[in-house]
Ligand binder design. Structure first.
Ligand code: URA
Length: 242
């Protein structure tokens, strides 16, 4: 991209005025003053400074809700060449990142955005919103096991916070549970179910705060609505007390 175009996109001045700023020797690319008007830069790699201050192009913020199928890794790339959630977003031009993660073998609701502030807020332990999962587990948990789950379980080096758990369906060999937690530790739901001796057979996230999949087909995505976005931006501790 031409330097003056980058400057205009970064909101410094019009292209014409940016040319003047370049000629005035106020612009540096990777710490070298550039005087040439047609100078080409790489917006992904080069560091551009005007009057010694770094300038950026503000990308349009985008917020996506994906219904992740199993066998996709929640990552932008994979060392083992497995399919990633990015493969499900071929039409998205912006570089987005997952907000938290779902296991390779977990399906359901995954948010992705290029809004780093929101990602930070959503994944920070003090801000995590309620997440609801449907877990198909082996066997049928007893009332005591359900209560242990609700009161907090000791897992590895931590004790889980209070959680909700209810049996939705059961047969002789397995049951379907609705589980609500507001933490997001690695494989937490699986470890909690394992701890009460009812290992997970299938796991799907169906809700994140007020946001749910609402008929979105597996493998498909949509943009968040204004209401959903406002909720995420406002959500704080009080929202998630169980
Ligand atoms: N808990 C898990 O165990 N796995 C997930 O993917 C999400 C929550």
């Amino acid at each position: 991209m031409r330097l003056q175009k980058f400057m205009a996109k970064a909101g410094i001045a019009s292209r014409r005025k940016s040319e003047k700023i370049i000629l005035d020797e106020r612009v540096m690319v990777n710490d070298k003053i550039i005087k040439e008007l047609g100078f080409k830069i790489n917006p992904d790699k080069d560091i551009i400074k005007v009057d010694n201050k770094i300038i950026y192009i503000e990308e349009e913020k985008i917020y996506i809700l994906l219904n992740k199928p199993v066998n996709y890794i929640t990552s932008v790339s994979d060392q083992f060449d497995r399919k990633t959630v990015m493969d499900l977003l071929p039409d998205i031009q912006q570089r987005v990142y997952p907000v938290g993660r779902l296991d390779y073998d977990t399906s359901g609701l995954l948010l992705l955005t290029n809004d780093g502030d929101l990602t930070y807020k959503m994944t920070h332990p003090s801000h995590e919103v309620e997440k609801v999962y449907l877990a198909e587990v082996k066997g049928i948990p007893s009332e005591d096991q359900l209560n242990n789950f609700r009161n907090g379980l000791s897992i590895e080096d931590y004790v889980t916070s209070k959680a909700k758990i209810n049996i939705i369906e059961k047969n002789n060999t397995k049951s379907l549970l609705e589980i609500t937690i507001h933490e997001g530790k690695n494989r937490q739901v699986r470890k909690m179910c394992e701890k009460i001796n009812h290992p997970v057979l299938k796991l799907k996230r169906i809700k994140f705060g007020i946001i749910d999949l609402n008929g979105l087909k597996e493998g498909n995505y949509r943009r968040l609505t204004k209401t959903e976005l406002t909720y995420l931006k406002k959500s704080h501790k009080e929202d998630k007390k169980i």
